[in-house]
Design a protein. Structure first.
Length: 293
């Protein structure tokens, strides 16, 4: 039996689960037709049982193999990012950011789209460079593995002369936990060995149900930032779609400079900004929405 399972495993890994499944179905149909023509009911029943068993074994092997590969990839990324963070700043200065601009759009169903634009200082020393960014999930509903897989991101790199001519940047990611115990997606953008003065890196997230607790009225939500590296200026803008009434949407300042709340059609926009923000200090606001009040 062990030898048979090993042979099936070799077939699945060599030809893929779908091909093995398709071949099994084709064989089952052929033998079933032959049994019907020859009047051999036992032939169809026996082969159907064998094919069913093969299907179950192949499915289990495929699932186990995929899970093993995913675990290995996750372990490799954790190791890579751990060493990258440990080495950064010891052998050279980290990437310096001139400007940090972010816009988040929250749909009325809680889905979120985030775009962060970073303008960089020069780092032309012929060594590989990377930039790390993150986004924290503040909701109270636990995130499942499926929820995490639904989060999508893209990164782009543009030169200072024409920021519209941006190319896709290589990026890797890993899930970690923030200081307050919330799920955090860390993204590492690999920039290569040359970063020009004024280069622009754009990161985009699509995060289903990111603010579903807020927009359904279940819980308030924090929107804040904290910088561990010096930057010249930052801007943060959050657009809340289809807010029914101004009185149902409350914003409480949490150390944000120049906090403004605007009404634009059906949307509420909250924004704040600062020049040379203080290091290691949270700033932002808390939003609370009661759509049925």
């Amino acid at each position: 039996m062990a030898r048979f399972i090993a042979d099936v495993e070799e077939l699945v890994f060599r030809h893929g689960y779908l091909r093995v499944f398709a071949a099994t179905v084709a064989m089952l149909g052929s033998v079933g037709l032959l049994g019907e023509v020859l009047g051999m009911e036992w032939l169809r029943t026996t082969f159907a049982s064998i094919a069913g068993g093969l299907f179950v074994i192949a499915s289990a092997i495929s699932f186990a193999g995929t899970h093993k590969l995913r675990t290995q990839a996750q372990h490799s990324e954790e190791l890579l990012h751990r060493y990258a963070d440990a080495l950064a700043g010891r052998t050279r200065k980290p990437i310096a950011v001139q400007e940090w601009m972010q816009e988040v759009t929250i749909e009325d169903n809680g889905d979120a789209f985030c775009r962060r634009v970073l303008v960089l200082h020069e780092a032309n020393d012929n060594v590989p460079r990377y930039l790390s960014v993150n986004l924290v999930y503040y909701g109270t509903t636990p995130m499942s593995e499926r929820d995490r897989r639904l989060v999508q991101y893209k990164a782009f790199h543009a030169g200072p002369e024409d920021i519209d001519q941006k190319t896709r940047a290589n990026a890797t990611s890993i899930w970690s936990t923030s200081a307050n115990g919330k799920p955090k997606l860390d993204i590492y953008i690999h920039l290569g060995t040359i970063v020009q003065e004024g280069d622009v890196v754009t990161v985009e997230w699509t995060w289903p149900r990111y603010s579903v607790d807020l927009m359904s009225g279940a819980e308030p939500e924090s929107f804040d930032v904290m910088f561990r590296k010096e930057i010249s200026k930052f801007e943060h803008r959050v657009i809340f779609r289809n807010v029914k009434r101004d009185s149902a949407f409350v914003v409480r300042n949490q150390g944000a400079q120049g906090l403004r709340r605007l009404r634009q059609g059906k949307d509420v926009i909250v924004e704040f900004s600062a020049a040379n923000p203080k290091m290691s200090q949270y700033m932002g606001f808390i939003a609370d929405y009661s759509p049925d009040s």
